[in-house]
Design a protein around this ligand. Structure first.
Ligand code: GZL
Ligand code: ZN
Length: 381
């Protein structure tokens, strides 16, 4: 049989053992099956029949056999990296960039992970394909930040049938929660409610004629922010939502939608809500080009979401009145859940990542922190 180097024991993924799946060595043979041990012993002892083994050799063989057996009892996990597949939404926004960087920082090889992050370019079909590739690669864990909330049942069932734990991260899906093992993310409905509550506090009993630039169609972050804000808007009969269209969470999308809104509603609106900072930058460019003023000293109150670094800089400058945070630094929480799964320990089915809101200097609010240089300097992203 082949001489198996005792010093480079085949890597065995402890998760395989926990999942009851047979641990496989790099060359695909199944570890810990008798034949491997037998093969080594048989090849060493087969000479006995020919009586050529001297006492000296016998002792040497006994010593090697003892070493082999003791090593068998304590396999060395040389490079046993936990493999994690992350089907990432795309690269549509600064928020997404911060989220991707965070995963790459946290799921490092030093930390014992091999991260396979696939940027699905905001393309739902590509994301389903990425997950199926993770399944065929037999990843230890699959993390999904779903582009769309709907349409996940089939592929989640496939992952479950393959015995691969799935964690839904960042956004939510419309699938029964026995189809995935854990969820880590933010409550975007609450974010929408916070924006509405702050606007009510800020306007007092003034009328509001509102234009909304929504996030990507079908994304839970867009659905949640819309639902939450509309809940509050419904309580104010002097608030009117003139129009609401998707800017796809991008700066270009925000600019295009704002340009079309200006054509249709110039002079009729005094509030613009952008469902992420990148859309807000596009809307600001469009309003600048049309000579429309916004922010604390402008005609239009501008609300944004994400509270990325640049978004908070604009808030500090008074260009954005209120920026509702949605925290992308989520990888540590996801790693914590995976470590518990690895160890076979209890883990939380759902973990909410905390959010807050920020407002421009000069604005005091019970729903938001007033921006200062120190607040900006203290931000992680
Ligand atoms: C929110 C996240 C959203 C951000 C956008 O949790 O899914 O996706 O608000 C990003 O910037 O595109
Ligand atoms: Zn050796």
């Amino acid at each position: 049989g082949d001489h198996r180097d005792l010093h480079s024991f085949p890597t065995r993924r402890s998760s395989d053992l926990k999942n009851g799946r047979k641990a496989e060595t790099a060359n695909g043979s199944v570890l810990n099956e008798k034949p491997m041990a037998g093969a080594t012993c048989k090849s060493i002892f087969s000479k006995r029949k020919r009586g050529i083994i001297t006492m000296k050799k016998k002792l040497a063989v006994m010593a090697l056999a003892a070493a082999t057996l003791s090593m068998m009892a304590m396999p060395v996990y040389a490079d046993d990296l936990v493999t994690v597949g992350y089907a990432q939404v795309g690269h549509e926004s600064d928020w997404r960039t911060a989220n991707t960087q965070n995963y790459q920082d946290v799921f490092s090889e030093d930390a014992g992970y091999s991260l396979d992050l696939v940027d699905c370019d905001n393309d739902n079909a590509a994301q389903l394909e990425a997950v199926r590739t993770f399944i065929s690669k037999d990843m230890d864990y699959i993390v999904i930040a779903p582009i769309q909330s709907a349409g996940w049942d089939t592929v989640l069932q496939e992952a479950q049938d393959a015995g691969i734990p799935v964690i839904i991260a960042d956004r939510e899906i419309e699938a029964s929660d026995d189809l995935y093992d854990a969820w880590v993310g933010t409550n975007t409905t609450n974010e929408g409610i916070t924006a509405g509550n702050w606007l009510a506090e800020y306007l007092g009993d003034k009328d509001a004629n509102i234009l909304v630039i929504e996030g990507s169609v079908g994304a839970s972050a867009a659905l949640g922010r819309t639902e939450g804000f509309n809940q509050v808007a419904g309580e104010h009969d002097n608030w009117k939502i003139l129009d609401s269209q998707s800017g796809d969470f991008t700066q270009a999308g925000g600019q295009e939608v704002m340009e079309s809104f200006i054509k249709s509603y110039e002079g009729q609106f005094n509030v613009v809500i952008c469902q992420n900072d990148n859309e807000a930058y596009g809307a600001m460019d469009a309003m600048d080009a049309a000579g429309i003023t916004y922010g604390v000293d402008g005609d239009v109150t501008l609300i944004s979401f994400d509270a990325t670094h640049d978004g908070l800089q604009y808030t500090l400058d008074g260009k954005i009145n209120c920026d509702v945070e949605c925290n992308p630094i989520q990888a540590e929480v996801v790693k914590g859940v995976i470590e518990k799964m690895q160890a076979g320990e209890e883990f939380e089915k759902t973990t909410l990542v905390e959010d807050q809101a920020f407002v421009a200097p000069g604005i005091e609010s019970e729903y938001a922190t007033t921006m200062t240089d120190e607040v900006l300097a203290g931000r992680a992203y």
